[in-house]
Ligand binder design. Structure first.
Ligand code: ASP
Length: 407
């Protein structure tokens, strides 16, 4: 019997990209065919990604809150964890933005932006207060229908909190939300499976329209993202482990290496969770703390994803020849932090949530097409950071709780 070794999805995605480049090269200077007959299939793939954004945010965040079980118990540990997660993630976006801004002069504007007749109208920057007011929903359904992410995230948190405070009566809804979350994850898996095809169609058109120079540009933007990843690991995680937990960073990274390698290869925080727990507990984390902090982190704490979203947003803006203002950048910090919270801990999810950041600052979501083919390479690095951030928090909160217990 012939034994065939099945290629993994990432391998197929890579093949899809290479095939797209190869076919695209054949159509350089004559992109009419790819534009009319190949790109529409890529558009279908993008539409499916967009279709997922609202349910993913709604159910994964509500489910994350519900998994805290008891609003009171959430108390001290929850607050510390949440503040640590938000703070490190916002820091990650800032690092991402600083690094990408240093290199943005090297990202060329793509002719396809002009070809599609795209025009970016500078919007009047909203005031800070109106941004804050608009985070809170004035309708239950409007944020879902309009895919308005910030109020949607607030609704999701409120729904989760409501389920918890309703006690016994809320359990049924809690279970339903948990089940819906699983259902949405399954749909996401299905859509992620057609990624090689979507990538092929998108890449073909991107290369046909823009020429081969785009390939070198992609290598550059990947390098920029990895530089920002590295800085975040060294500065934020190194300092956190050393100063907050009093542990040697070398010992920490050595202890966490199995989890980091698992994350790098599976590109899924969820899949890495058991390995991460084991590594953290071996390094002295309290098991009940790590079993609370790590799953929560796998759902809401994504520093790597946040960096990627910052880098990708500025890159896509450059491709469309759009200069982001300081207000836009501030918006990127806010939305990328929140988008990373709403990102599921599965392979490729960060790219789906990138749509949210782009939409919020008025960049075309289609821009994702430019980097979709190499998303896996971004994802390997960002998932590794995502789980490392969770682990630094588990060690820190454990140390705090141990100190409290000794008093
Ligand atoms: N793959 C990432 C994770 O599981 C999420 C992402 O795609 O950014 O942590």
């Amino acid at each position: 019997m012939e034994t065939k070794r099945k290629l993994s999805l990432p391998a197929w995605i890579f093949i899809g990209m290479l095939a797209g480049i190869a076919v695209g090269l054949l159509f350089i200077g004559n992109p009419g065919f790819t534009n009319d007959y190949i790109k529409p299939f890529g558009t279908i793939y993008i539409n499916l990604l967009k279709f997922l954004v609202v349910p993913v945010v709604l159910f994964s965040i509500a489910d994350g809150v519900i998994s805290l079980k008891d609003l009171k118990r959430v108390g001290s540990v929850g607050a510390k964890t949440f503040i640590y997660y938000m703070f490190t993630t916002a820091f990650a976006v800032v690092i991402g933005l600083v690094v990408v801004n240093l290199f943005k002069g090297m990202f060329p504007a793509l002719p396809s932006a002009e070809l599609s007749g795209l025009q970016y109208e500078a919007k009047e920057a909203p005031s800070v207060m109106s941004v804050i007011v608009n985070i809170f929903p004035d309708s239950f359904f409007k944020p879902m229908v309009e895919a308005n992410m910030l109020p949607l995230i607030v609704s999701s948190i409120l729904i989760g909190a409501g389920v918890l405070s309703a006690g016994e009566k809320g359990k049924m809804i809690g279970n339903a939300i948990n089940a819906m979350n699983e259902v949405i994850m399954q749909i996401m898996m299905m859509i992620i499976k057609i990624t090689p095809f979507g990538v092929f169609c998108l890449m073909t058109n991107v290369v046909a329209v823009n020429g081969a120079s785009i390939v070198g540009t992609l290598a550059l933007v990947i390098g920029v993202a990895y530089l920002a990843y590295l800085l975040h690991v060294v500065i934020v995680y190194g300092l956190s482990v050393k100063c907050l937990s009093g542990m040697s960073p070398i010992a920490f990274f050595k202890g966490l290496a199995p989890a980091m390698i698992t994350a790098f290869t599976t590109t899924s925080s969820n899949a890495t969770l058991p390995v991460n727990m084991e590594c953290c507990n071996k390094m002295g984390a309290e098991p009940e703390i790590s079993s609370f902090v790590l799953p929560l982190g796998a759902t809401i704490n994504m520093d790597g994803t946040a960096i990627y979203q910052a880098v990708a947003t500025v890159f896509i803006a450059c491709c469309y020849d759009v200069t982001l203002t300081l207000a836009d950048m501030a918006m990127v910090v806010l939305t990328a932090t929140l988008a990373s919270v709403g990102t599921a801990g599965v392979s490729g999810a960060g790219m789906i949530m990138l749509a949210m950041v782009l939409e919020t600052i008025g960049l075309p979501v289609e821009g994702i097409a430019i980097i979709a083919g190499v998303d896996k390479i971004f994802d390997m690095g960002r998932t590794t950071l995502n789980i490392t951030g969770d682990a630094t928090c588990a060690i820190w909160v454990s140390k705090l709780e141990q100190k409290k217990a000794k008093k």
